[in-house]
Design a protein around this ligand. Structure first.
Ligand code: AMP
Ligand code: MG
Length: 397
């Protein structure tokens, strides 16, 4: 019997510890990428008035086909000066206010102007080329529900609805601490036995995309006092993420330092590959993630557990990783008692997403992983998961 918990149990344990952060009002300019904390409603009908969908002439459908007098032109952005109570036509542009009495717009291409008259050769259907007032949304209707991540179209709809500011979830403050005496920053020469820190950079990129405010602590050596001091500082954030030092090596000091600092461990070790030795704990409201040191393990651990936590902190209604259906292109060896997340590339073939596993699946191979755009879930088991098998995958940004 394995003492490892499943990926889905681990995700639920993490989300069970999240209390959404307080909301704050932001102006619409700053709202993209944030999560609506309340329903935002339109203050106007959309469109706010019956508007022309074409450049042409506002007419009365009942007078078509026929020849009618032209009563002038409507300037877009101003109300119509004339009503069409007695019939006739008024020139109008796309977005112009359809005058009182008109019930259709005939496009300019379909008519002829002659001596102040408009010749309309064909019948025009009632309502043609008119965008009815409120046809998109009525005043008071909800534009975005709480928990929605605001994308470009959302902020556009909010702007169209006259919403100048709204409440959104606060961005989580996240402290990143990479551990390991071997780590050097890119830009400095490598000494013997040293490697460049990759995890700090991976995490900063992932955190920015997840809406977090990042505080980076300097890399810490595998030294008990230094590790303790750095973690103590990191615990002031909403979320502390460490990398390295969470397996069972003699230099793996992170969990013991955290325990001394009052972090309650919720789980350690998940039935997954890569990333098995991941740790998660809490101190008060602070969430504490101990990601393994291998860059691909760190990357995968973030996608499965940290990103959902960050989204939930910001009030997301759907924080869980969204796995999609696909087809495995090549056989993949299963791992007994551990679900694998293999790095793959998506190719669309015959209408479905086919996932081509990359060569080089070791957890230190960040350069190989950099060419992947998907993490494919290969469920635990014996033998091979055959080519052509239906699988689930997580797209990578
Ligand atoms: P650890 O989990 O500390 O035992 O580290 C596992 C492996 O990941 C070791 O080969 C480390 O050198 C490597 N590693 C740890 N931290 C980083 C980092 N920040 N960037 C790149 N590799 C790392
Ligand atoms: Mg280490």
């Amino acid at each position: 019997m394995s003492d490892l918990i499943s990926i889905s149990d681990a995700i639920e344990l993490v989300l069970g510890r999240v209390t959404p952060l307080a909301s704050q009002r932001v102006s619409l300019e700053r709202a993209a990428g944030r999560f609506a904390a309340e329903a935002a409603v339109s203050i106007v009908d959309l469109p706010p008035f019956a508007a022309s969908a074409m450049d042409g002439f506002a007419v009365r459908a009942g007078e078509t086909p026929g020849t009618v007098p032209i009563h002038g032109r409507i300037v877009t952005g101003t109300p119509s000066p004339t009503a069409l109570a007695e019939g006739g036509a008024i020139g109008i542009s796309t977005g112009g206010v359809v005058p009182e009495g008109a019930d259709a717009v005939v496009p300019v291409e379909l008519v002829t102007e002659q001596d102040g008259m408009l010749i309309i050769p064909n019948p025009v259907v009632l309502g043609d080329n008119i965008r009815p007032r409120g046809g998109d949304l009525a005043a008071g209707d909800t534009i975005v529900a709480p928990g929605t991540r605001l994308g470009a179209a959302h902020v556009g709809a909010l702007a169209a609805g006259g919403v100048a500011d709204l409440a959104v979830g606060r961005r989580p403050k996240v402290c990143v601490l990479v551990t390991g005496s071997e780590l050097q920053a890119p830009g400095t020469p490598l000494g013997p036995g040293q490697i460049y820190d990759a995890n700090g950079f991976i995490l900063e990129a992932q955190l920015a995309a997840a809406g977090a405010e990042v505080v980076r602590l300097p890399p810490v050596r595998d030294d008990e006092a230094a590790t303790f001091a750095a973690i103590e500082q990191g615990l002031n954030a909403d979320v502390l993420i460490t990398t390295g030092g969470v397996s069972v090596g003699v230099h793996d000091l992170v969990r013991s330092a955290e325990a001394q600092l009052g972090v309650i461990e919720i789980f350690w070790r998940v039935a997954m590959r890569p990333g098995k030795p991941i740790a998660f704990g809490v101190r008060g409201e602070t969430l504490v993630f101990g990601l393994p040191g291998n860059p691909v393990s760190s990357l995968v651990g973030f996608e499965l557990f940290v990103r959902p936590a960050l989204l939930a902190l910001q009030g997301a209604s759907e924080p869980r990783p969204r796995f999609l259906p696909g087809v495995l292109a090549a056989g993949s060896k299963r791992v007994a008692e551990r679900d694998s997340l293999i790095r793959a590339r998506q190719v669309v073939r015959d209408g479905s997403v086919v996932l081509e596993p990359l060569s080089g699946q070791d957890s230190h191979m960040i350069a190989r992983a950099a060419t992947a755009d998907a993490l494919v879930l290969v469920p635990r088991g014996e033998g091979l998961l055959e080519a052509g098998s239906a699988v689930e995958y997580l797209p990578l940004a």
